[in-house]
Design a protein around this ligand. Structure first.
Ligand code: MG
Length: 347
């Protein structure tokens, strides 16, 4: 309704219009200290499945990746080029890279822990790679039988090679907020690794809370130290929910301007260092529910992610670890019928 006013009352009408505008804005507006848009980097098909006890074959994993491709996520980490004897869950990586249906708006990076994996990944037609190093010496030795220094040197070498070939590359820093063997990790170590990966040309440096011991306080302190060395546009966070801190840690990262978030559909993954039953990677559905509630654009269809999650937990014979998925399935069962799931799988 338009107020018709003249003279001194015009001011009152202006105030009223302004107040109404502000009131409307406060309901839906995104506070200015959050990014307008966030890219979701889906790790379920790699970090998720790699840490599940049930081993799926390449065809099942390809079908899963094809479903994830249709959700609107920016990236689907599709495989890890490791020896199948070491990680049987990731066997058939080359076959997967040759059979997945690529969506033109989705990137399909693969993890390459070493030169052999890197060469195999490129041979299999991978168009983006992820290298890794660790902020803990003991973790590096147990994980890849190298010192922390050797591991980061290898990662830097592969990253530089990828940059030379024009292949997009991402650099993970494991244990950035704590190590299962050494406990707290010095922030300076993470900063030095982040700078090394960024200097090598990594498009994105990922601060990974591999064991989920990080807290919002630790995340804030880490980001405050890393940001002067690596611009926030090139930072991503990878959080685990072992101690129930993942969403809070991600919220802090968003407040620092981080706009690339790793997550795993249905919370796939477990935590290999926290024993059976412990929470794993933060669930994509939970991250999306929070981001959309903040008015942050992701381009991701929440319901399609839920359906992909239901598909894969059916194959694995496990429960859904996403609270937002479980609540949505209970509250809106008709939106997730078998017919809808079939349609989502076939598109
Ligand atoms: Mg992980």
């Amino acid at each position: 309704m338009r107020l018709r006013v003249h003279g001194p009352s015009a001011h009152a009408a202006d105030v009223l219009r302004c107040a109404t505008r502000l009131a409307r804005r406060s309901v839906h507006a995104r506070p200015s200290y959050y990014p307008a848009k966030v890219a979701i980097y889906e790790v379920g098909a790699r970090d998720g499945l790699q840490n599940e006890p049930t081993v799926l074959d390449a065809a099942e994993r390809t079908a899963f990746i094809n479903m994830l491709s249709m959700t609107g996520v920016a990236s689907v980490e599709a495989a890890s080029f490791v020896h199948p004897k070491l990680v049987p869950q990731m066997a058939g990586a080359a076959e997967i890279m040759q059979t997945i249906r690529r969506h033109k708006h989705v990137a399909y990076p693969v993890l390459v822990p070493n030169r052999r994996g890197y060469d195999d990944a490129l041979k299999a037609g991978s168009s983006a790679v992820a290298v890794m190093c660790s902020a803990s010496n003991t973790f590096a030795q147990r994980n890849v039988k190298q010192t922390m220094q050797q591991q980061v040197e290898g990662a830097v070498e592969l990253a530089a090679d990828a940059v030379g070939r024009g292949v997009p590359v991402r650099g993970y820093i494991s244990c950035a907020l704590g190590c299962p063997f050494e406990g707290a990790v010095p922030v300076e170590v993470v900063v030095a690794l982040a700078k090394a990966l960024a200097d090598a040309g990594c498009d994105e440096v990922v601060l990974a809370d591999t064991i989920g011991t990080g807290t919002p306080g630790g995340m804030a302190a880490l980001l405050a130290s890393v940001q002067p060395q690596v611009p926030v546009e090139r930072l991503a966070v990878h959080c685990h929910d072992t101690y129930g801190q993942a969403l809070a840690n991600i919220l802090v990262a968003l407040q620092h301007g981080v706009a690339s978030i790793d997550s795993s559909v249905a919370g796939l993954g477990g935590c290999p260092f926290a024993g059976p039953g412990a929470a794993g990677n933060v669930a994509t559905e939970d991250v999306l529910y929070m981001l959309h509630g903040l008015g942050i654009e992701t381009g991701v269809d929440f319901d399609r992610v839920v359906l992909a999650g239901e598909y894969i937990i059916g194959k694995l014979g496990r429960g859904n670890a996403s609270k937002a998925a479980v609540a949505s399935l209970r509250r809106r069962p008709n939106d997730f019928t078998a017919a809808t799931a079939r349609a989502a799988a076939s598109t």
